[in-house]
Every structure is written in C-alpha cells, then in structure tokens.
Design a protein around this ligand. Structure first.
Ligand code: SF4
Ligand code: SF4
Length: 384
C-alpha cells in the first residue's frame, strides 16, 4: 500500500462536505468514546489522521467509514470541535463516489446544481412517459388507475428499472468488495463467504451494530426509514399486481394493507423526526446537513404524502384528482429510486452490511488458517 502524501485530498473532501477535520489535534478521545471502534478497526481518530496526512490510498481501502453509523457521540465529546462523526459521513460519500464506476455519484455529491437537474430531468421524463404511454381510455366515472396505467404495464417498467438499478448497484458493490478484500478477494474459499452469509442478512435487515450506540433513538429512526422504504419498494416493484388494484378493497388485516400502513407510518415517522432534527440541529448527526441529506428526506416525504393522498382520492372515488396525483407521485418516487439506490443514500445501506460481512469472512479465514501454522510453530519450537 502506498504511503504517498496527497495534499489535495483534504481540498477534494471539502467538495463532499468536509469542514472541521483540520481542527483535530489527534488526542484520541473520539476513538475511546466510540462504542463501535475495536482494536482491529479503530476509528474515527485514525481516519481523521489519514485525511490530515493526505493518505488517499489508505483511505480508499479503509473499511472503517462503513463501521460507523453516525450516532454522533464522538462529535459531542471532541474537545476541538473537529466533528469526527461528520468526517466519517464525508468519507462514506467519498468512498461511494469511488466505488461508482459511472462517475455519477461523484457529480451527485459534489454539485447541488447537478443533483437538482438530475432529479428534475428524471421527473420530467417520467411525467412525459406517463402522459404518452397510457391506454387513452381513462375511467372518468370511477377512480381506476388501471384504466390508464394497467398494473401489468407498470410491472414491466418496474422490472426493467429494477434490472438496471440492480446491475448498477451490484457492480458498485463488487468494486467495493475488490477494494476491501484486496489481494484476498479470490483467495478465500467460497465456503467462508457462505458460512458468514447469515451475518450479511442480519446486518442488512436489522443494522444490529447501530443498536450498540448510546443514542438508540438514532438506530430506531434509521431502522424505521429503512424497513418502511424496503416494504414499500417490495409492494410497488415486486407485488404491484396485488398492490395497484381498482374497486377491490382488501380487508383491514390483509397483508398488503398491513404492510402498506406500516411502510407509510414508518417512513413518515422517521423522515419527520430527521427533518425536525436537521431544522433544529438538535443533535450532532443533524448539525451539518449536506444537500443530498435534504433531498433524500424531501423526496421520501413527498413520495409518501402523495401516496397517502392517492389512497384517499381513490376511496373518495375522485378520478381526475387520482390520475393527476398518480403522475405527481411517480414523478417524485422514480427519481428517488433511480438516483438514490445505486448512487447515494440507499447505496450506503448496501455497502455497510457488505463491509461488515467481508470483515467477518476475513477474520474467520485468518483464525482458521492461523491455527495449523501456530501448531507447526509449536512443534518446530519443541524440536529446536
Ligand atoms: S477528532 Fe477530536 S476527539 Fe478525535 S482525535 Fe481529533 S481532536 Fe481528539
Ligand atoms: S459517529 Fe458514533 S459510531 Fe461513528 S465514529 Fe462517532 S462515535 Fe463512532
């Protein structure tokens, strides 16, 4: 690994939101206080130091930014106001941009204008698509979305979009895998990966490590947003045929309805909590808000609110309002999916458990392959 000092690193990270890392005088309080830091992977002091020393290559290969969940404890206790928690967040943005081979994530994170333009362009394309591609036979007597945009047609569009997004996200995750594993990438037998697959699932679904932080409320809010969004994603992408139905109201206890209500409540609760926190700057993780933080919360709220309005206009049987709101809803929901999943916040949700999983695989492999070597050494030692 190169030790080359790159004085431009700190300036570059400033484009990703870095502000106070230069104030750090390396006392180590933050690492001592961090509930997730370990002797094998200490942070955040080490990471702040890498930035100060311009160690770009070491930063690129570091798994530590993905081990931090941004509880903010370290920022609260830093005697210099160097905001190490936010620095870890900046590193996640930077690493996301490096994993992304399209270069889109970099533009998204470093240019507010690009971010707004990209969202606006996708929104307009979606709106035009819905206006141009429909059955042309709207039901004006009853609110029936399927009369204009049948669920089967939306399903096809969903599958195409899902395929493209999965390809982009998985190819970036693969680059993350290559970087984190380094020379070990293809040396570790597959059975080690298989044996730790359970960890990948658990960390993906529960963000278990986050619960070890002092502020468990942050974990809860994170979990609400993640599970709410994942539930609604499943409903509108995988189960759209059962979700987008006209004139057939499911019973209140029907799984589709229950999942829909849970998703709505969870997203609204989580995003409202985070928006109020960011407006009030109520705690360390909310003190510095990057434009992408705001965009993410606003798009999620708008998607949920327009979804709720559609639910009511359908119940009230207002056709024109329902069709209009449906177009607006899709113009908000699709850009969020297309831009956030492979390039921004939702990509973080993939990288984090993957890195935790890869470290587990490495650890297990090291443990199991080190044992025979130690035994041999003991035998050799006894002979000599
Ligand atoms: S970031 Fe703050 S707490 Fe951490 S080493 Fe630097 S000065 Fe100390
Ligand atoms: S924000 Fe929390 S998890 Fe992240 S480095 Fe600081 S103390 Fe550790």
């Amino acid at each position: 690994m190169s030790n080359r000092v790159d004085p431009t690193l700190i300036t570059e990270l400033e484009h990703f939101g870095l502000k106070d890392a230069h104030k750090c005088y390396n006392c180590g309080n933050c690492t001592a206080i961090c509930p997730l830091s370990t002797p094998e992977n200490p942070f955040p002091r080490k990471m702040v130091r890498l930035i100060q020393l311009g160690q770009r290559d070491k930063l690129l290969e570091a798994p530590e930014p993905w081990l931090c969940y941004y509880c903010g404890d370290c920022s609260t206790r830093c005697p210099r106001g160097a905001d190490p928690g936010e620095t870890m967040m900046v590193m996640r943005r930077y690493l996301t941009s490096l994993y992304d081979w399209t270069g889109f994530a970099r533009k998204f994170y470093t240019s507010e204008r690009f971010e707004i333009m990209a969202i606006a362009i996708v929104a307009v394309l979606v709106g035009l698509g819905l206006l141009l591609f429909n059955t042309g036979k709207p039901n004006w007597d009853h609110a029936a979305i399927n009369s204009l945009w049948p669920a089967e047609h939306i399903e096809i569009a969903d599958l195409i979009m899902g395929g493209i997004l999965s390809f982009l996200l998985l190819s970036n995750v693969f680059r993350c895998f290559r970087i984190i594993m380094g020379k070990m990438a293809f040396k570790i037998p597959l059975r080690y990966y298989a044996s730790e697959a359970k960890e990948l699932l658990i960390h993906t679904l529960t963000q278990k490590r986050f619960s070890q932080c002092t502020d468990r409320m942050q974990w809860f809010v994170h979990l609400m947003i993640m599970t709410g969004y994942s539930s609604v994603f499943l409903l509108v992408v995988v189960f759209i045929r059962w979700f987008q139905r006209d004139h057939i109201e499911y019973a209140i206890w029907h799984p589709v309805r229950l999942v829909g209500y849970y998703a709505t409540f969870a997203i609204l609760y989580g995003t409202t909590y985070a928006i109020i926190g960011r407006l009030k700057k109520s705690k360390a993780p909310y003190k510095n808000s990057h434009p992408t933080d705001w965009m993410f919360l606003i798009l999620l709220q708008l998607t949920t609110l327009t979804g709720i309005f559609i639910h009511f206009t359908r119940l009230l049987d207002w056709p024109a309002t329902t069709y209009f709101l449906y177009v607006i809803h899709m113009m908000v929901a699709v850009p969020m999916l297309v831009l956030e999943v492979p390039f921004a916040k939702w990509a973080h949700l993939a990288y984090r458990p993957v890195v935790v999983f890869l470290l587990k695989v490495k650890e297990r492999y090291a443990q199991e392959t080190a044992a025979p070597a130690t035994a041999e050494a003991v035998v050799e030692g006894a002979i000599s």
